[in-house]
Design a protein around this ligand. Structure first.
Ligand code: NAD
Length: 444
């Protein structure tokens, strides 16, 4: 049916996690009528009460406005919620299978089987979740097996938003990728993304398989840059260099670019680790091993494993030492802990005999076994008070502005291990710290 107003288009979002909630809220902001469904009743109850279950800058406010203006609602699954929709988005999780590199597609196939009986004729089923090549086709088969004769489209529309900047990334993306198999699906997505086209955002229309591959290949490439920077950082330490200048010098080459070349404690999060593993798994399965990405996965594992021995080297030994860990989220401006380096470092430090406390502006230890091994400090100052050493793990803005002299005075020891290279060696030395950055010699 031809409709002139965006508000006449009804969208149902399946999955109200980081991607579903941000995408649903932003689509409501664009004017669509959005209903977000999740099988997690607690999550939906919080959302119905106007509380976001995740921390994402700008999201609470934007969500509140869309709810107040009647364009955004939340519910647990109900058949009518799908039957109403012109577009059903799937934004459920695709984690690794336990003990395996393979992507676990249980949630996506279950969600497909749930929505298939209720899809209205002409509906677009839009797959936002990151899935291996061929999954969109499998989804199409599941629906047409359940609904022979139904006209519908399945569209691969991978999401590139970054946690911590998700709202901004959704509203101002570098590009939008749409993989579709028919003209009706393409026309549907042209409607959804019309305002982006008008703002000259590149929209790449391609096949579903290409769209699926683009998402994994993009994440694999970014992860490769991080792993490369980490390897170069180690080399700098051994060769008497300073990785800060080295990556700056590399990144000034326009063909390389400066982003994703900062060394650190290894990448974590809900995407790079599982997506690099899935990419490796797909390559092996199809007889085209992705050897570069295999190395990236191994390098990153080693890196996270080595964090505690770096701390032990700086301290002589961890036994009996009180160590303050600053930041446990896998990156700043998020409360996401999935595969965060902290989850490896804290248990290893405790096993080595250290007493660990941590402070993070957004993450609470509640129910997270690895964090419960440590004591949670209520502030940066409380974490530092009387500590033998500081380990800076996540580059929250608050940790860029530490009053170094006051910090040193409140501590018992003087060791400062900076896995994010946030500080100048001179300032650290002046404040009396034994400073251990990464990728250059310590300043003692
Ligand atoms: P998430 O775990 O935060 O959210 C998934 C949600 O789906 C959960 O709330 C879960 O309860 C719900 N769910 C599962 N099965 C359901 C069903 N049958 N019906 C209704 N709800 C159901 O995951 P996420 O981080 O939002 O990621 C979702 C997808 O997007 C993944 O494939 C991920 O790889 C991809 N992705 C994530 C990011 C990111 O930064 N988090 C970025 C780009 C792409």
């Amino acid at each position: 049916p031809s409709r002139n107003s965006i508000s006449a288009y009804r969208i149902t979002m399946i999955g109200a996690g980081y991607v579903g909630l941000v995408t649903g809220t932003c689509l409501a902001k664009l004017g669509f009528d959005v209903l977000c469904l999740d099988t997690d009743a607690k999550r939906i109850a919080a959302l119905q009460a106007g509380r976001s279950p995740i921390y994402e800058p700008g999201l609470d406010e934007l969500m509140g406005r869309q709810i107040a203006e009647g364009r955004l609602r939340f519910d647990t699954f109900g058949p009518a919620a799908v039957a109403r929709a012109d577009f059903v988005f799937l934004a459920v999780g695709t984690p690794s299978l336990p003990g395996s590199d393979e992507a676990d597609l249980t949630q996506i196939f279950e969600a497909t089987r749930m929505v298939a009986p209720q899809l209205r004729p002409g509906a677009c089923l839009v797959v936002k979740s990151t899935v291996p090549a061929g999954t969109n086709k499998a989804i199409r088969t599941i629906v047409s097996d359940q609904r022979p004769g139904l006209a519908f489209s399945v569209i691969s529309n991978p999401e590139f938003l970054r946690e911590g900047r998700a709202v901004e990334d959704f509203l101002r993306p570098d590009r939008i990728v749409v993989g579709c198999h028919d003209d009706a699906g393409r026309a549907g997505m042209e409607r959804i993304y019309r305002s982006f086209v008008e703002q000259d955002v590149p929209v790449l229309f391609t096949s579903p398989e290409n769209a699926e591959l683009i998402k994994y290949a993009a994440n694999a490439f970014l992860a490769m840059k991080v792993a490369f920077a980490n390897e170069v950082s180690d080399l700098c330490e051994a060769a008497g260099g300073d990785v800060r200048d080295v990556v700056c010098g590399i990144g000034l080459d326009a063909r390389i670019g400066p982003s994703f070349l900062q060394p650190g404690p290894g990448f974590g999060g809900s995407c790079f680790p599982k997506d690099t593993r899935a990419f490796v798994d797909i390559g092996r399965r199809l007889g085209r091993p992705q050897r570069l990405v295999e190395a990236v996965v191994a390098i990153n594992e080693d890196r996270k494993e080595s964090l505690s021995s770096r701390v032990a080297d700086a301290l002589g030994s961890c036994a009996g030492k009180t160590i303050a860990v600053l930041g446990v989220a896998f990156k700043p401006d998020t409360d996401d802990l999935r595969e965060a380096p902290a989850l490896r470092l804290i248990p290893a430090l405790v096993a080595a005999g250290a007493e660990v406390r941590f402070y993070d502006p957004q993450v609470a230890a509640d129910g997270v076994a690895e964090l419960e091994l440590a004591r949670q400090a209520s502030s940066l100052a409380a974490a530092l008070e009387g500590a033998d050493a500081v380990v800076l793990l996540t580059e929250w803005a608050e940790f860029r502005m530490i009053d170094l002299v006051a910090a040193r005075r409140s501590m018992r020891g003087a060791t400062f291990i900076d896995f994010r290279n946030l500080y100048a060696r001179e300032a650290m030395a002046k404040a009396g710290f034994l400073y251990h950055p990464i990728g250059s010699a310590p300043a003692l």
